[in-house]
Design a protein around this ligand. Sequence first.
Ligand code: NIG
Ligand code: FE
Length: 413
Amino acid sequence: MSLLIKNIHQLIQVANSNQVLKGAAMHTLPILENAFVYCESGMIKSFGQMNEGDESAYNAAETIDAKGCVVGPGWIDSHTHLVFAATREAEFVDRINGLSYAEIAQRGGGILNSAKKLKAATEDELFASAWQRLMEVIALGTVAIEIKSGYGLSVDSELKILRVIKRLKEKSPIPIKATLLAAHAYPLAYRENHRGYLDLIKNELLPIVAKEKLADYFDVFCEEGFFSVTETDELLQAAMKYNLPAKIHANQLNHSGGVEVGVKNKAISVDHLECVGDKEIEALKNSDTLPVLLPAAAFFLQLPYQPAKKIIAAGLSVVLASDYNPGSCPSGNMNFVMSLACTQMGMLPEEAINACTINAAHALQLEENLGTIAVGKIANLFITQPISSYAVIPYSFSKSVIAKMVLNGKVWK
Ligand code: NIG
Ligand code: FE
């Protein structure tokens, strides 16, 4: 199977390196105008400007004329809670009426509410609704995704959600990475017995998850009222013994020390970061841990936006992700995430696109296969409607301009 996409107005992210982009390097987005991409056997076989076309490109089984369109490597969403049983609009109304996210959680709502609903749902039901969400986000340009457990909060239910993620992985047209997030909240029965729950995760859950290869990463919600820095540290060390690197929820509601404990444990990423200042930025500077910002969660919870410009000015990288979940961000629209990054956080379109492509690929260790237009990478691409430039993608804040997806070198239907 071969596919030629020709007459592309702007082919974006044709970087010739897979390096993570930091600081000022995030300003540059390499593009080709009047370009083509040729895909064969699911891979990018060649690309270039129309006048330097590769011979084989003209024998393609299928050709798309992308006149006026922007084509790019697709968004990598490195932080989602895509598998859940029900929406939580009653809490949305509670928040409008003045309750905070933390107060709702304290009353047994929030994550515990989702856990109760998940317990009652079957694997088939969870699979069906998550599959629908997956199809939705692919249509919006997402070409790889991370999915967390974390609405189980018991051995059985965490395994149930991880098995649903495993089924999604097997059937999905895009790469999926799974994260064990049993340490998302203390279940009611363990509110006064933290030791009991920490031991359950370490001694019962982790061995099964590792044996059945149900997770790629390990996450903890390190936050006041959830998991303390000491508890997080203990869990991250236990997970490393099973070769599960950390990607943690840090500094969403407070300067919790989450960033520092993530860095200490060589986390792949620390995610959220609504509350970061000089101290946290200093810790990140001396590490390979990536800051993953989730502006759509800040938007929905009316929290201060993450200081992206300050992080970039410090010479660090920025990754953007959606945080798709029923409590703090019922949307997996990466185009909207980029719009918020530009309008609310002052990121340039080039920075936002880099943060959702090559830098995001690093947050899922997929940079060898995705994140740029490069020969030999998986041919997972988006094609926009005719638009005047790539900046129209974040500019169109409520409407997706993604018209077509190519997955594994084929037009996705
Ligand atoms: O990333 N903050 C912790 N976890 C999720 C929200 C989970 C929920 O409210 O269901 C988040 O925002
Ligand atoms: Fe999250």
